[in-house]
Write a protein that binds this ligand. Structure first.
Ligand code: B12
Length: 219
C-alpha cells in the first residue's frame, strides 16, 4: 500500500476487514506515550453490520483462547506494516495503553452518564480492536457533540443488579449477579446498560458477539 494517502483510502483499507476508524487525533512532535515519530493516532473498532460473520470465518476462530485478540494482532498488525505505521492494542496488559483516554481525546467518543464510553454512532456498544500510530500528520474525523446531552439516559437505570449506575461500576456485584439464573439475559444478549443506549439500538451488533464478550468478561 505504501505511504498513507488520505483518511478515506485508509478507511477503505480497514473496511475490507470489517473495521472502522472510530476517531483519531493529532500527536505533537516528541509527545510521550506514543511510538517515536507518531503524528496521528487512529482508533479502530468493529464495523457493523457484518463484523461477527467476518471474524468467525477467520483462521483464528479455531477453538483456542483469545480468537478476537489474535485476529486483531494479525490483521491490524498487517495493515500497520503496509502503511509503515505501528499497531497498538488495547489488550496484552497490564500495563495497558490508555484507550479510554485516547477515545475521549478523539472528540467522537464521550464518557456516558454511567462512565462507560459512548460513541457518536455506535453508542455504548463501542469497543476498540486496536490503534494505528502514523508518522504522517493526517486530517482526522472531526469532533462531534456529546450525544448524551439530549438523551433521557435509560443507561442510568438499566442494570438489573444496580451494579453499573451514575455512582460507578461495582464489578463484584455485577459478577455476583451474572452467576445466578437472573443474569442469563446479560450473558446471552450483552450488558443491559450498553443495550439500553438509544444509539446502540440503531447499531447492528449480533447477540452472539455480545455473548462471546460476556463469557470472556465472566469466566
Ligand atoms: C481493565 C479493563 C476492564 C476492567 C475495569 C476495572 C474497573 N475500573 O472497574 C473490567 C474487567 C471490569 C472491564 C470490564 C469491561 N470492559 Co473494560 N477494559 C479494561 C482495559 C483492558 C484496561 C483499562 C485500563 O486499566 N486502562 C489504563 C488506565 C490507566 O486508564 P483508565 O482510563 O484509568 O482506565 C479505566 C477505564 O478504562 C475503566 N473501565 C474499563 N472498562 C470499563 C468498563 C466499565 C463498564 C466502566 C464503567 C469503566 C471501565 O477502568 C479503568 C481503570 O479504572 C480497557 C482497554 C484499554 N487498554 O484501555 C478495556 C475497555 C475500557 N473496556 C471495555 C469494555 C467493552 C468492557 C466490557 C463492557 C466488556 C464486555 N463485556 O464486552 C466490560 C464491562 C462489563 C459489562 N458491563 O458489560 C472497552 C470500552 C468500551 C466502552 N464502551 O466504554 C475497552 C476500551 C476495551 C476495548 N477493547 O474496547 N474492563
Amino acid at each position: 500500500m505504501g505511504a498513507v494517502a488520505s483518511l478515506s483510502t485508509l478507511g477503505a483499507a480497514v473496511a475490507a476487514e470489517q473495521l472502522e476508524i472510530l476517531g483519531g487525533f493529532a500527536v505533537a512532535e516528541g509527545e510521550q506515550g506514543f511510538p517515536a515519530g507518531t503524528r496521528t493516532l487512529l482508533l479502530l473498532g468493529p464495523k457493523e453490520p457484518g463484523f461477527w460473520p467476518h471474524l468467525t470465518l477467520q483462521p483464528e476462530w479455531d477453538g483456542e483462547p483469545d480468537p478476537v485478540d489474535r485476529w486483531s494482532r494479525r490483521v491490524i498488525g498487517r495493515i500497520a506494516c503496509d502503511l509503515g505505521a505501528k499497531a497498538i492494542f488495547p489488550f496484552g496488559g497490564p500495563p495497558y495503553h490508555p484507550f479510554y483516554q485516547w477515545a475521549l481525546r478523539s472528540g467522537r467518543v464521550w464518557d456516558s452518564p454511567v462512565r462507560l464510553l459512548v460513541h457518536a454512532d455506535q453508542g455504548l456498544m463501542v469497543s476498540f480492536r486496536g490503534a494505528l500510530a502514523l508518522k504522517e500528520a493526517l486530517d482526522v474525523p472531526p469532533p462531534v457533540a456529546r450525544p448524551c446531552e439530549a438523551c433521557a439516559a435509560p443507561c442510568l437505570t438499566a442494570c438489573p443488579a444496580g451494579a453499573l449506575t451514575g455512582q460507578g461500576y461495582d464489578v463484584p456485584v455485577c459478577h455476583g449477579f451474572l452467576d445466578g439464573p437472573e443474569g442469563k439475559d446479560c450473558m446471552t444478549g450483552g450488558c443491559l446498560v450498553r443495550r439500553a443506549c438509544p444509539l446502540s439500538q440503531t447499531y447492528a451488533r449480533l447477540p452472539e458477539q455480545s455473548a462471546h464478550h460476556m463469557r470472556q468478561f465472566h469466566k
